[in-house]
Design a protein around this ligand. Sequence first.
Ligand code: B16
Ligand code: MG
Length: 226
Amino acid sequence: MSQNLEAVIFDLDGVITDTAEYHFLAWRSLAESLGITFTREQNELLKGISRMESLELILDLAGKSLDYGNDEKLELSERKNGYYLELIRTITPNDILPGIEKLLKELKDHKIKIGLASASKNAFQVIKSLELNDYFNYIVNAAEVKNGKPDPEIFRTAADMLQVSYENCVGVEDAVAGVTAIKAANMFAIGIGSMGALKQADVIYQDTADLTFARLIDHFKNSKTK
Ligand code: B16
Ligand code: MG
């Protein structure tokens, strides 16, 4: 079986751009309107997980999960999304994290396929605002994913649609749930963030600027010769 790198599948928030701050501000506005204090530290727990799971977690932390029915929770999650959409209206290509566009360009030049596996239902909009559409061969629609990260479904869907085998893919993630999903999908995992949190990743970089095309290829090749 060929062991060439066929595709790189990226997470969005925390890898391509830092929308976590906008998610935080939007959740905090919602939380405040409900009389709940929501901190930046708590926001760390929401990285990579879906909108509804995030709401459940915020209500749980405040001991208020049982105060709201399903319809109310849906309305609350939609309200948060309204705040979020307002905030991301200002996103431009200047918000692309360091080194990422260069990496995308080199992957494309080398005919390595590029996928996006974001839990965000707003991923298409964000990629459009960043003017990165042309780099992606496939963007998974988060609304069609049944099992969110840490389940491997979203990364496998991207690979299936790109028509590549899982073991010839690299996944890039900043969230613990995301790294777990990549490993469960039988792919090589590159973590962006802290060594302590992303232990499961095959390689970790603290900053996107350190993740170059040459390093990515080297890591992948070395993993196949072990
Ligand atoms: P939305 P990623 C994730 O993006 C965020 O990290 C997470 O905080 C957010 O709740 C989730 O998207 C859903 O976003 O409300 O826009 O559908 O890291 O998977 O790119
Ligand atoms: Mg992320």
